[in-house]
Design a protein around this ligand. Structure first.
Ligand code: TXA
Ligand code: MG
Length: 350
């Protein structure tokens, strides 16, 4: 593929031509990146094995890591899922369209490459208006992982998509920055009780309120290797620089950052800090590169800015990044999960 076309669909109104063209690309086995409410996805016709193969190739994603199938609505579920348990209706009523992915038994009509040979399928109904219009016009289930090169942070803007995949995909629908900024929550309904395999846009608290007991297959950060979802063990969401995550009381984390930054500078290494606004004010004197994610109690804002901030920091080529944690309530658990993986295990409880 020589060049990737960009269709701007952010301003309200005339998207019809772009969507019809994007749908035609999908129908003929091509690849279309599009915004969802979480991050940009890299879409292919989910029932076309050759198209799905192209998704893996363009991302450099190992074929052992299964994709999420996106549907226009709940009523299309029998196209991909062989068994629809009673829990599905409670969850879909509460959270679809939205950032919740369900793992269900797969029907044979979905090529096994989509789910990396597993007999289950990941499926969600996204809420973003452009994703919905695309699903509606294309009239097919769309398999879409996040639209980044394997191992990179997920894209929250069309520019991020192009930075990773320009020339490797057919087109990107530029719908502006994505509103949630971290990926969907992945909930496995083939286990009893259901298990969260990846925390995300729907919180564990919200799930428990809707359906009762839910297990979380994610250990506390010191031994954060307990992910059951394939592909979750690899170094993920990772910047080029070495990233350390500090977990603890805000004052203790700031003291740790101070100490570490002095030590890094003394060793001739360039340090950068990924913090909340209130930390930035207090650490400004350190002379480190600082990326502030917003007020620490505005978790929506922190999640929305997280990946763009990681990419921005990385471009300034620090040797080491010290990041702060935001706790584990609500969206903070997803933020901790992504930062823990970006840290590849370099997590310090201070
Ligand atoms: O928000 C999102 O979920 C975004 C947007 C584009 O929808 N998509 C996304 O896809 O994050 P991806 O491929 O980057 O992550 C999908 C996750 C992976 O961790 C994968 O291992 C897991 O879902 N997954 C997919 N199918 C699965 C299955 N059958 N069993 C267990 N885990 C599965
Ligand atoms: Mg991904």
């Amino acid at each position: 593929m020589s060049s990737t076309r960009t269709f701007r669909v952010s301003s309200s109104g005339i998207h019809a031509a772009a969507l019809i063209e994007a749908a035609a690309i999908l129908r003929t086995g091509g690849l279309v990146a599009f915004p969802t409410e979480t991050v940009y996805g890299l879409g292919a016709h989910a029932l076309n094995a050759a198209a799905v193969q192209r998704v893996f190739a363009s991302k450099g994603r190992p074929s052992s890591d299964p994709l999420i199938v996106h549907l226009y609505d709940r009523s299309s579920l029998p196209l991909v899922a062989a068994e629809i348990m009673p829990l599905v209706d409670r969850l879909s009523n509460a959270f679809w369209p939205g950032p919740l992915t369900l793992i269900l038994p797969r029907v044979a009509a979905v090529p096994s490459i989509v789910s990396a040979g597993r007999d289950t399928i990941a499926v969600r109904v996204p809420a973003h208006p452009i994703a919905r219009e695309l699903l509606y016009v294309a009239g097919m289930p769309i398999a879409a992982p996040s639209a980044n090169r394997f191992g990179h942070t997920s894209p929250t803007t069309a520019a991020h998509v192009l930075a990773d995949l320009d020339g490797r995909i057919d087109c990107v629908l530029d719908g502006g920055p994505t509103p949630i900024g971290v990926e969907s929550t992945v909930l496995d309904l083939t286990t009893e009780p259901p298990t969260v395999l990846r925390p995300g846009g729907v919180s564990v608290e919200q799930l428990r309120e809707a359906i009762g007991v839910v297990e979380v297959a994610m250990r506390s950060a010191p031994e954060a290797n307990g992910f059951r979802s394939p592909g979750l063990l690899e170094r993920h969401y990772a910047p080029e620089a070495e990233l350390w995550l500090g977990i603890g009381a805000p004052e203790a984390v700031r003291a740790w950052m101070r100490e570490q930054t002095h030590a890094a500078h003394a060793a001739g290494r360039r340090a950068a800090l990924l913090v909340a606004d209130e930390d930035a004010a207090q650490l400004a004197d350190l002379g480190a590169d600082i990326e502030a994610l917003g007020a620490a109690d505005d978790l929506d804002g922190v999640a929305r800015r997280l990946y763009a901030a990681l990419r921005a920091l990385d471009q300034r080529r620090p040797d080491v990044i010290f990041a702060r944690d935001f706790g584990e309530a609500g969206l903070a658990l997803a933020i901790r999960d992504r930062l823990t993986r970006a840290a590849s295990g370099r997590v310090v409880w201070v």
